[in-house]
Write a protein that binds this ligand. Structure first.
Ligand code: ADP
Ligand code: MG
Length: 429
């Protein structure tokens, strides 16, 4: 019985902790306007809104008239306008979905675990689910997609997305208002808690302690917890061991920089969503080759291309891409020349450049030639025809076949992939 479970959490911190942890002072500028969500609890309709929320939450959970045991928690998000008619907004951005989250080797595990969690929050062994990876690689998108999916398929569940920074600031505020209990009670009602950028809690002992209690309570009650971090848990210095240990209860999955194919898919998908014609493959490839680290950066370039294309009423072509890259990224020299590719690949395989262009069908030579053509395709803007011409006058179907063969091998043969990746580093830049 839902209602039998006590809703109040008794925190050891509330007895003494009147002053915030000195480390808890946010080091960076606070993104929330000073008036919100902190400030005078009596200001505006805060109390009323909170009460309204709580009674609504109760009726969602209990039979009408059922008794509840928890104190009226103040909604720390109260200054945020309710969305979608829900009294407490989930703080989710509806545009982050699984549909527009492109899958690739770089994120396959994280994505499928995320989908499993989204379908069965709290009941899979992926609890907590921890997604980690570098900046701009899609962590926030993925965890927001989880939240949106739960909201869409199980609207009665209370999903809450919060950055660890906001969580920290809300907590500090509650300490200052001696309303820590209220703060905790608010979080205890959540069915699926998504805490983004958990590394922000490093060296913030009191906030960690609070999160630890909330975590335990939610986990014990079968609620889902999803977190992201910019580094693997083992490198989360400044986080308490007991908290790090909790993270191991579930699943930890990383997201990595997208590979070439994933970048192409992201570009095509984004342009399609933005309602513009997708440029020819060599233009998309050029763009995918120029920005390889970070999806956010890639999206920046795409946004500027889309804007320029619609302003000038021109289709996106190679010139426009080069122009856009000039504005946005510093290392513009995405273009590697054919000569350099041929020399580098030939040297790597220990043969001469002449053999690459030769008619010989010896296996090592064929492989080297195909690899060189593959890089020529992906790292220059030359057409298949031009590439064929520079490889001893072969025709474009031969080049196409070579590129495909290498792509397939990269997918299926680990050893081969490592070789290609090693070479790729020489052309990236
Ligand atoms: P992070 O939280 O890891 O810093 P974000 O989730 O904010 O990264 O992603 C940055 C941008 O890149 C977002 O606009 C997001 O939609 C987009 N993005 C990242 N990965 C993907 C992906 N696999 N498919 C589609 N878009 C992606
Ligand atoms: Mg993020």
């Amino acid at each position: 019985n839902e209602q039998a479970r006590p809703r109040t959490l008794h925190l050891p911190t509330t007895r003494k902790a009147a002053a915030p942890d000195p480390h808890d002072t946010p080091a960076v500028a606070h993104p929330t306007p000073p008036s919100a969500p902190m400030g005078n609890p009596l200001a505006g309709s805060g109390r009323a809104a909170a009460a309204r929320y709580v009674s609504s939450a109760d009726t969602r959970r209990a039979a009408p008239g059922a008794q509840t045991t928890f104190a009226v928690p103040r909604n720390p998000f109260e200054s945020v306008k309710p969305m979608d008619g829900n009294l407490v907004p989930s703080q989710l951005n509806g545009s982050y979905t699984f549909d527009n989250y492109i899958e690739g080797d770089c994120n396959r595990l994280a994505r499928s675990a995320g989908l499993a969690v989204a379908n069965k929050p709290g009941t899979t062994s992926f609890n907590p689910l921890m997604v980690y990876g570098g900046v701009g690689l899609g962590k926030t998108h993925l965890v927001q997609a989880i939240g949106n999916h739960i909201k869409a398929t199980a609207p009665e569940r209370f999903v809450l997305y919060v950055s660890a920074e906001k969580f920290t600031n809300q907590f500090i505020d509650s300490v200052q208002r001696t309303a820590v209990q209220e703060f905790a009670n608010f979080y205890l009602q959540v069915d699926a808690l998504i805490l983004d950028d958990v590394q922000f809690l490093a060296n913030k002992g009191k906030t960690q302690e609070m999160f630890f209690h909330i975590f335990n309570h939610l986990h014990q009650s079968g609620k889902q917890i999803v977190m992201t971090s910019d580094r693997p848990p083992k490198d989360l210095q400044g986080l308490e061991d007991r908290l790090l240990n909790r993270f191991k209860w579930g699943l930890t999955a990383d997201v990595q920089s997208p590979d070439f194919e994933t970048r192409v898919a992201i570009i095509r998908n984004k342009m399609d969503q933005d309602g513009i014609d997708i440029p020819p493959p060599h233009v998309v490839d050029y763009l995918a080759n120029s920005v390889h680290t970070n999806v956010r950066e890639l999206e920046g370039v795409i946004a500027s291309l889309v804007a320029q294309s619609s302003l000038s009423r021109r289709d996106i072509d190679l010139e426009m891409v080069k122009q856009a890259l000039r504005h946005i990224i510093e290392e513009v020299e995405a273009e590697v020349n054919l000569d350099f590719i041929q020399k580098t690949v030939a040297a790597y395989f220990g043969i001469s450049v002449d053999l690459l262009k030769d008619k010989t069908r010896k296996k090592e030579v064929v492989t080297a030639r195909q690899v060189a053509m593959y890089f020529a395709k992906h790292h220059t803007s030359h057409t298949l025809k031009t590439i064929g011409f520079h490889f001893g006058g072969r025709d474009h179907t031969t080049v196409m076949h070579s590129v495909q063969t290498v792509s397939d091998l990269v997918d299926s043969d680990k050893k081969f992939r490592e070789q290609v990746d090693e070479l790729r580093k020489k052309f990236a830049k």
